[in-house]
Design a protein around this ligand. Sequence first.
Ligand code: WQD
Length: 337
Amino acid sequence: MKVLVTGGLGFIGSHTVVELQNEGFEVVVVDNLSNTSLSVLDGIEKITGKKPIFENLDLREKEKVQDFFKRNSDISGVIHFAASKAVGESVEDPLLYYENNISALIYVLQQLQQKPEANFIFSSSCTVYGQAEKMPITEDAALQQAVSPYGNTKAVGEEIITDTAKVTNINAILLRYFNPIGSHPSAEIGELPIGVPQNLVPFITQTGFGLRKELAVYGDDYPTPDGTAIRDYIHVVDLAKAHVIALQRLINKKNTAKVETFNLGTGTGSSVLEVINSFEKVSGKKLPYKIVGRREGDITSAYANTDKANNVLGWKAQSTLEEAMASAWKWEQKIRG
Ligand code: WQD
């Protein structure tokens, strides 16, 4: 069974390629290498013993996408990760995000709609909920106007897929990730840090390693038990496994609608200070940090109601925050070693 993974050399993409290969899928990876490196292919091969087929392809080039699908007509499913994902950058360069995250999606869907049957898994985000009214967040929670072009591309992407699936042979599953963290236990693949990390956990591990002077905690005046913001941090391997299960659900025609949506989280919320404590526990190091003002656009709290993912999709996150943090720390030490 041949599966296309777009953005398959990225953080979540590469971990998903490993789990697909573990399940016996033949994987074709396309990536434009804008936010990763070819060395990730070697990492995947070290873990699974198989190097996936790889093509350097920029999905914004419509003719090249058409040509790719002509040459790969036997693809039975697509897991679409290829997208820009930095919230702050999306505010500064919205057109980069709309072109890369929307046009590319459209060009892939245009190819899939020509097939007699197509199974499509979309990398979405809990960011579509904004600050949800009620915790934990269920899939039917109201979507709120995104606070960033990045978040908007996820919400609009979901709408494009839903409208297209209605009138084509495309079956789709939208996976709304909470906060992916950690690395494969082998430390052969992980989050490749390019520039100053925007996300909390890579900034923590780089600070722990001494690459950063201290962590700036963005606000301790939130209405939460310790005043810092709460998120649902999910191990990237748990997240990757959910993609394989979702794809198998479509291939085996277990889906009960043309488009299904699942929140992928642990169901547990952790504050920034709790994440810091988990790092200190697993590393034995004291993390230098200072409290600063809130970051523009941040919400107070987001963690998933996992009932639908557990009971309908048949998937449940296995790793604890500490286990995920330990894998992130192991990866940091490996790449800096
Ligand atoms: C987590 C918490 C920060 C950095 C974003 C995107 C989401 C997904 C994950 C791509 C917040 C605090 C952070 C720092 C801090 N992106 N923080 N100091 O903002 O919840 O989600 O990244 O798929 O779609 O929206 O993640 O890791 O940036 O922040 O205090 O140096 O850590 O304020 O409370 P976020 P994050």
